[in-house]
Design a protein around this ligand. Sequence first.
Ligand SMILES: NC(=O)c1ccc[n+]([C@@H]2O[C@H](COP(=O)([O-])OP(=O)(O)OC[C@H]3O[C@@H](n4cnc5c(N)ncnc54)[C@H](O)[C@@H]3O)[C@@H](O)[C@H]2O)c1
Ligand SMILES: [Zn+2]
Ligand SMILES: [Zn+2]
Length: 366
Amino acid sequence: MKTKAAVLYEANTPLVIEELDLDDPKEGEVLVKIGAAGICRSDWHFMAGEAKTALPAVLGHEGSGVVAEVGRGVTSVKPGDPVILSFVSRCGRCHFCTTGKPNLCDLHMATSTTMLDGTHRLHKGSTNYTPLSKLACFSQYSVTPETACVPCPTDLPMDKAAVIGCCVTTGVGAVVNAAEVKPGTTVAVVGCGGVGLNVLQGARLAGATRIIAVDINEGALEFAMQFGATHSVNPSQQDAEARVREITGGLGADYTFEVFGSGKTVEMAYNMARKGGTVTIVGIPPDGDDPSIDAVALVRQEKTLKGTYYGSAQLQVDMPRMVELYQTGRLNLDDLITRSYRLEDINEAYQDLNRGEVGRGVIMEF
Ligand SMILES: NC(=O)c1ccc[n+]([C@@H]2O[C@H](COP(=O)([O-])OP(=O)(O)OC[C@H]3O[C@@H](n4cnc5c(N)ncnc54)[C@H](O)[C@@H]3O)[C@@H](O)[C@H]2O)c1
Ligand SMILES: [Zn+2]
Ligand SMILES: [Zn+2]
């Protein structure tokens, strides 16, 4: 069949909207009609050449849709089912899948530019197109592995389902699964965009009492107050590390999160943590932009430095929990989504992200 998609041919050039050929789903795969796709900074890293993949590629890894057709052997979903798309497809057999860390599936990562069987479904002429994260949801239709499909309630709006597909699960999961924030503690969040806002509301949910939003964009800081922030700090206007220490009684925060993606902001999050504190890195710095961390201070101050991928989540279990938290009013996804676009306007959507428009943008028309 044909599908209209946004294609990245070369870094630092606009995405091109065009019609591609999409193969039928193979065994263990599903054809999904995309309902919504979020504008996440992780896609931008490829557009800006800050991260590399095989080009041409169809990006888009924060999505939702409705199952249109299933391949042989698919049992967990059927045509008509609404699904949240997972940007990691577990193989179910590797070390990580069998030890409770399916978000780190080896086969998924080893086949990062193709489907799990090493082949492509998107083509034009003799050219194969990389399906980012095996989702490629900046497209009308997508063929995904069955394990990328997480069934969701029919009354969950597609835009809410899409953001649960990345920024919500990543942000809330960073707090509850990776850092394991305890009630009554202090939290600082460096970078308060789509993912950072969910770290903030995850911290509120976990019972943190002082939740400090740190961002260079005043608009983002103001917006963050709706998502649980109790204090805001702008590093371009003040010594942010000193200010966080001041807010936390001279100690530094119990938990800090880096949610922009740069060596400098990783260092900032590291320095904002108290002795014995936990520093969790969510953002993905450009290739080669590494932080400088003093190993001796790490030892003497007994800090814990950790990364978290996809909210360290068990996706088939944690995503339905995010749905439940939204539907019972504990997670605010209504105000999180501030902009909607047509697929044709995707380059503008990324300009808005980089201009510092607050909240999350979502493509709703394909
Ligand atoms: N770990 C994961 O699994 C995972 C999943 C999704 C996204 N990410 C990464 O998380 C990061 C954030 O993604 P997003 O979609 O929320 O991006 P975003 O653009 O919506 O938000 C980034 C925020 O950081 C702020 N910022 C920029 N420079 C800053 C600075 N020097 N100090 C403080 N704040 C600064 C921006 O003003 C913005 O509010 C990206 O690197 C993305 O690739 C990681
Ligand atoms: Zn994302
Ligand atoms: Zn696996």
